[in-house]
Design a binder for this molecule. Structure first.
Ligand SMILES: *Cc1c(COP(=O)(O)O)cnc(C)c1O
Length: 406
């Protein structure tokens, strides 16, 4: 009975790591900038000044939240663009082909593919491994550093399995390391973090993290899509990605997306303000589900330990390997019951490849292809999860028996 495809009557959306709905309070502050305050911020007349005020107020709001000054916040069209500006911006300013870059093996494709492009141009790139929990090996990172290393890029929280990376520890270590390098006249190593999954759930103060560059987007924090910013610590020179009228300190030319920026700043403000309470609620839901679902043949992927005082997993992430069932098949059947989940990263839909993150964590090809990701959000309830558990309890044995027949 569970295998019949029926038209879903409801939708239980559990794919918040891929996209979040626009918070109505965000929409509210955006609307005036789509309508009456439509001006070009570069115009000197009244309409221009209104738009410019919205843009600069948002920049100030974001700077205050992340512990930066407004001139260090560069608006972009999303996470991928921020990451590209950070990586190609640093690389483009260094002509030395010996320049060396370090990243992790579990980054989002916008990071991995940027480094792959650099490697294709003959640049040196090292990929740091992770442990079974999906957390980077700090000792390996430290020993990968060379005299020519100029950039380390490691994400703050992983989008597939939710594991948190020790960015503050890397930042602290780099401070000492860079002091020693200065004495030897080696270039300072810059630290970039992709904080797109983290901005809604973690402290993203750039000084506490010790980062020089940080990428954040709006679409994962109940803000508008195609919005984001790159934090660029004062004094760092980047090569622009987009040339033109010189907006965003000439790093990102083009008429600013004022309504988008205003929405992004409000979304970040709300997320950070409501984080403590919301994280607690999500964690309780996450752990309730994990405790009910994980069995001998349903494994949890990623960092998780009841003993740990400090949680090293995003509060809304559940990633499971369901043995004997293809993740994609399970995802499609869940969809027919009105439940939206994903197999691995939504950004690589269409590709039936096993997740590079799960493989890096030591799962085999079969286990990696038998995985689904459920990411909870601010409208997720316990009743939603009970419904998902009920459907899963019916579907999984049936899908396994169908597979066994073939
Ligand atoms: C979504 C995401 C990105 C890409 O952001 P876009 O706004 O879609 O370009 C980058 N990194 C991580 C970790 C993400 O989750």
């Amino acid at each position: 009975m569970f295998l019949k495809i029926s038209k879903p009557k409801k939708n239980i959306y559990l794919d918040h790591a891929a996209a979040t709905p626009l918070d109505l309070r965000v929409k509210k502050v955006m609307t005036p900038f789509l309508n009456e305050n439509f001006g070009n911020p570069s115009s000197l007349h009244q309409k221009g000044r209104e738009a410019k005020a919205g843009l600069e107020q948002s920049r100030k709001m974001i700077a205050d939240i992340i512990g930066a000054s407004p001139s260090e916040v560069i608006f972009t069209a999303g996470g991928s663009e921020s990451v590209n500006l950070a990586i190609f911006g640093v690389a483009g300013n260094i002509k030395n082909n010996q320049a060396h870059f370090i990243t992790s093996s579990i980054e989002h494709h916008c990071v991995l593919n940027s480094f792959q492009a650099l490697a294709g141009e003959g640049r040196q790139v090292s990929y740091i491994k992770v442990d079974g929990q999906g957390i980077i090996n700090l000792e390996e990172l430290k020993s990968a550093v060379r005299p020519e290393t100029i950039l380390i890029s490691v994400m703050l929280a992983n989008n597939e399995v939710g594991s948190l990376q020790p960015i503050a520890e890397i930042g602290k270590w780099l401070k000492g390391e860079n002091a020693k390098r200065a004495a030897k006249k080696n270039p300072a190593i810059l630290l970039h973090t992709d904080a797109c999954q983290a901005a809604g759930y973690l402290d993203i103060n750039v000084n506490r993290l010790g980062v020089d560059l940080m990428s954040v987007n709006g679409s994962k924090i109940y803000g508008p899509k195609q919005t984001g910013f790159l934090y660029v610590r004062s004094g760092i020179k980047l090569k622009p990605l987009v040339y033109g009228g010189g907006q965003e300190r000439s790093l990102r030319s083009g008429t600013e997306n004022v309504a988008g920026v205003v929405g992004l700043s409000r979304a970040l403000e709300l997320a950070q303000k409501e984080m403590a309470k919301e994280n607690k609620r999500l964690k309780a839901l996450r752990d309730y589900f994990i405790n009910k679902v994980v069995k001998k043949d349903i494994l949890l992927n990623g960092a998780y330990s009841k003993q740990l005082k400090v949680d090293n997993r995003l509060p809304n992430n559940i990633n499971l390997t369901v043995k004997g069932v293809e993740g994609e098949t399970l995802m499609l059947y869940l969809d027919s019951y009105g439940i939206s989940v994903s197999t691995s990263s939504a950004c690589s839909t269409g590709s039936a490849e096993a997740s590079h993150v799960l493989l890096a964590m030591g799962r085999n090809e079969k286990e990696a292809k038998s995985s689904i990701r459920l990411t909870l959000g601010k409208y997720t309830t316990k009743a939603d999860l009970d419904y998902v558990l009920k459907v899963l309890n019916g579907l999984i044995p049936e899908l396994r028996s169908v597979k066994a027949l073939n």
